[in-house]
Design a protein around this ligand. Structure first.
Ligand SMILES: Cc1ncc(COP(=O)(O)O)c(C=O)c1O
Length: 486
């Protein structure tokens, strides 16, 4: 068996070059300098080496020249909570564990202890029992749970029809097809979103016409939509980014005046409200998504909602290989797909819907905690909630760094947070700058400046239903120190 400690230790006479190799090979950003009995003499981090090189030290110099002597250590009996508090207080990332004689036994890293994930599904016995109940039946697809789940989602969305599918992406694809959008058509949408909200157009060779976003809400800027309308425009695909409804007053108005369809991507915003009306009530058809990072989950899944019976019927047929309503299993009336959602997923979805109010409230409470903790952090802005958003459905909690921070600074903050076990992320890289969109459409940096600036200055913090006050405090403490170092 390999000795894990041996891979991170080096003797004091080893060169800085050798220390760098050890640091690199371990992937931990540190090497422990030990004597022949493995007694700890010091530590050397990649930062120590960088500073030494900048100060003119040769790579062939002995590592003992640059090491930190008498580092903070823990003993074998250190409690995890104690270590966690120590990391929190000192900002250290590593804690060598030594025995009574000062010999190295282990190395604790902050990422092992402080792991706060970006998202976390909220699964209780209710969901587990609902799934087990389905597994005890012979019907695992196209059964009673699908019918019940669709009825429940339609009621929740305040729509006539709901069609469950196996992802938000497949739901959007079917809506695009059901509305008859096709090659040569243009659909106006946002470049600041998850890539699926534009990909669903490309599947049907529909041209996405991006317009820039509002710098405060991060949603599509309604003022720019009108200018982008051409005789080929057939629809607006509005994304409710991070759980905030778009400006339906303006968008419904422009869609109505130009007689074009409105598709709503509510994949991040189930339960949100615009001027006291559920946002899923607006538009011709829309989609919720239920990936595990969403407010509620079915593992994988999505639901299309609409008031049009023909759109719902087409989607229902296309998700099931193009089968007709009364036709046989091997009769395919149109081009279809296998976008079905299993009974297991539907049962999970019903159980999650039973708890949706409680879930949305706990997310609101987490958002409040973050907003309070971040109130005096002048390096950033907390999320903006528009007065027309009478209920935010918090999908993620995204902060924006002050203008003086560059994109590199933001990336450094992210890297620093991740190295400390904080699951932060860069939501979202602009769609138009994704390699496929650049090569397919020739988009370049500068095309959508508000989107690009937003995208290079935002950070999504760990956010889920059950994140504790303490974890939020830990996240904010590390964010503060990462911002100072950026
Ligand atoms: C705005 C938006 N649209 C579409 C999707 C696609 O949903 P799914 O991952 O279920 O396919 C997502 C998922 O993250 C999303 O955030």
């Amino acid at each position: 068996m390999t000795d894990p400690v041996a891979t991170i230790t080096i003797p004091p006479h080893a060169s800085i070059r050798e220390a760098l190799r050890t640091i690199d090979a371990s992937g931990l950003g540190i090497a422990l300098v030990v004597d022949g009995d493995r007694r700890l003499l010091g530590t050397v981090t990649d930062g120590d080496v960088r500073r030494a090189i900048l100060a003119g030290t040769e790579l062939d110099a002995a590592v003992s020249v640059v090491m930190t002597q008498d580092p903070v250590t823990g003993t074998e009996t250190v409690e995890l909570d104690e270590a966690r508090a120590l990391f929190f207080k000192t900002g250290l990332k590593h804690l060598p564990i030594v025995d009574d004689g000062g010999r190295v036994l282990d190395l604790l890293t902050v990422s092992e202890l402080l792991s706060v994930p970006l998202s976390n599904p909220d699964i209780t016995d209710r969901e587990i029992n609902a799934v087990l109940e389905v597994l005890r039946t012979p019907t695992l697809s196209l059964g009673p749970k699908l019918i019940e789940f669709e009825a429940r989602v339609a009621e929740f969305a305040q729509r006539e029809h709901a069609v469950a599918v196996n992802s938000g992406t497949s739901g959007l694809h079917l809506v695009v097809r059901a509305l008859g959008l096709t090659e040569g058509d243009e659909v106006i949408t946002t470049p600041f979103s998850f890539v699926a909200s534009a990909n669903c157009l490309l599947y049907e060779r529909v041209t996405p016409v991006f317009v820039d976003i509002d710098p405060k809400t991060f949603n599509i800027d309604p003022q720019l939509i009108e200018k982008a309308i051409t005789p080929r425009t057939r629809a607006i695909l509005a994304v409710e980014v991070f759980g905030q409804p778009v400006d339906y007053d303006a968008i419904v108005d422009v869609a109505t005046r130009h007689d074009i369809a409105l598709i709503t991507d509510c994949c991040e915003s189930i339960g949100a409200e615009f001027r006291d009306r559920r946002s899923s009530r607006f538009g011709d058809a829309g989609v919720f998504a239920f990936y595990p990072n969403k407010q509620i989950t079915t593992g994988e899944g999505g639901v299309i909602f609409t008031d049009y019976a023909d759109v719902a019927a087409l989607c229902r047929s296309m998700r099931n290989q193009g089968r007709g309503e009364g036709g046989g299993w091997l009769a395919h009336e149109r081009l279809g797909y296998n976008y079905r959602l299993s009974e297991v997923s539907c049962a999970m979805g019903i159980a999650q819907l039973d708890r949706i109010d409680e879930i949305l409230e706990s997310r609101q409470a987490v958002a409040n905690v973050y907003t309070e903790l971040l109130a005096d952090v002048e390096e950033l802005e907390v999320p903006y909630v528009d007065p027309a958003t009478t209920r935010m459905s918090w999908f993620v909690y995204v902060v924006r760094l002050a203008d003086r921070f560059t994109r590199d600074d933001r990336d450094n903050v992210l890297r620093e947070l991740r190295s400390r076990g904080i699951g932060a992320s860069n939501y979202f890289p602009p769609i138009h700058l994704q390699p496929f969109y650049r090569s397919q459409f020739g988009f370049q940096e500068g095309d959508f400046p508000v989107t690009e600036r937003t995208s290079s200055s935002t950070i999504a913090l760990p956010f889920h239903n059950r994140i504790s006050q303490t974890d939020c405090e830990v996240v904010v403490a590390h964010l503060r120190s990462a911002l100072r170092e950026a």
